[in-house]
Design a protein around this ligand. Structure first.
Ligand code: SF4
Length: 328
């Protein structure tokens, strides 16, 4: 690990100012950042501890939704009574990720900002356009079992590794962001992460000198909520494919069908055409196949991860079958 300066922010204004400089990084739980610093993948000149700025609360919003502070731990969120009752897909997604010890330290904001686990990204002896722009992409002709099949580019085929954000995408949550001078903005979580394109090192829309302050969930919609994660082993493994689903069936037809997918792309994948297709139609195997056709339009495998294309189809099919059987 390289030497670095350490600063402690006590207010949002502090955090925004201190992280505005080149080479400064905010740290909360540090469950991803510290690992990357030990590997010298991340080499910040300055670490800004944001743990004292006090955004760990989980509170009801005026419109019946829920506001989860950026510093709320994953454990606190997963076991929160309202999350379990009204947004169970979020609780299940969080509990499907990492280990209890990691969830005790990992925060809402940090979880959104976690970086890919691509083997070439975490090995500084290997080419990686994300870590070292212009050096190439080792995964394109290399080990790509965990890698993306949707929204890839010739520069990067990495996946976003998290579970929580996949559920937040299905729930259509918003990310609250604050910056210097009292500036603030809200970004739908579906628009928060970026596809790699020609700039794979840009992973989200957070700008220098901005910090995440909270995630807000809309008023609960009910229905059946499912998080299914397919992985190499039953715990402490990243998703090969995951599906977060919020499904409602009324009078034998889909009244709601909000789905998001993990393990498939550089961001939690949400395709609004799937809900457009499903809502108003009666569940059937043929309809599920057409929904999977939409999901996988343009999907491309890179050898080792070719299996993800049929796996995503089957997983989506299984989730829709389970959700509609439960709802009927
Ligand atoms: Fe780097 Fe992306 Fe290629 Fe992995 S897939 S080596 S993160 S550029």
């Amino acid at each position: 690990m390289r030497p670095f300066q350490f600063e402690r922010a006590r207010t949002i204004e502090d955090a925004a100012r201190l992280t505005a400089g080149d080479g400064a990084k905010a740290i909360a739980g540090g469950t991803n950042l510290l690992d990357l610093m030990k590997l010298q993948v991340e080499t910040p000149g300055e670490l800004v501890d944001v743990n004292r700025i006090g955004f760990a609360g989980i509170d009801d919003t005026d419109d019946g939704g829920l506001r989860i502070g950026a510093l709320a731990t994953n454990t606190a969120t997963a076991v929160h009574a309202r999350v379990r009752a009204d947004y169970p897909v979020l609780s299940r997604a969080i509990l499907a990720g990492a280990t209890q010890q990691l969830r005790n330290k990992a925060t809402t904001g940090g979880n959104l900002l976690q970086r890919t686990r691509c083997y070439y990204f975490t090995n500084i002896d290997q080419p990686c356009n994300k870590r070292d722009p212009g050096s190439g992409c080792g995964a394109l002709d290399g080990i790509a079992r965990l890698h993306a099949i949707l929204g890839t580019s010739s520069q990067c085929i990495a996946t976003y590794p998290g579970d929580m954000a996949v559920a937040l995408s299905a729930l259509d949550a918003d990310v609250e962001i604050a910056g210097e001078g009292g500036r603030s903005r809200t970004v739908p979580v579906r628009d928060f992460h970026c596809l790699p394109g020609d700039t794979p090192w840009i992973e989200n829309v957070l700008e220098r000198g901005e910090v995440i302050t909270a995630v807000t969930l809309p008023k609960p919609v009910g229905g059946t909520q499912i998080y299914r994660k397919v992985r190499e082993r039953s715990s402490y493994a990243f998703a090969l494919v995951s599906v977060a689903a919020v499904i409602e069936v009324a009078d034998g037809k889909f009244a709601r069908a909000d789905l998001a997918f993990g393990g498939l792309a550089h961001k939690p994948w949400h395709d609004p055409r799937i809900a457009d297709l499903l809502v108003g139609s009666a569940p059937s195997a043929e309809l599920f196949d057409r929904a999977a056709d939409l999901l996988l339009e343009g999907a491309q495998g890179y050898g080792e991860n070719d299996f993800k294309i049929p796996l995503a189809r089957r997983t989506m099919h299984a989730v829709l079958s389970q959700a509609t059987e439960t709802a009927e």
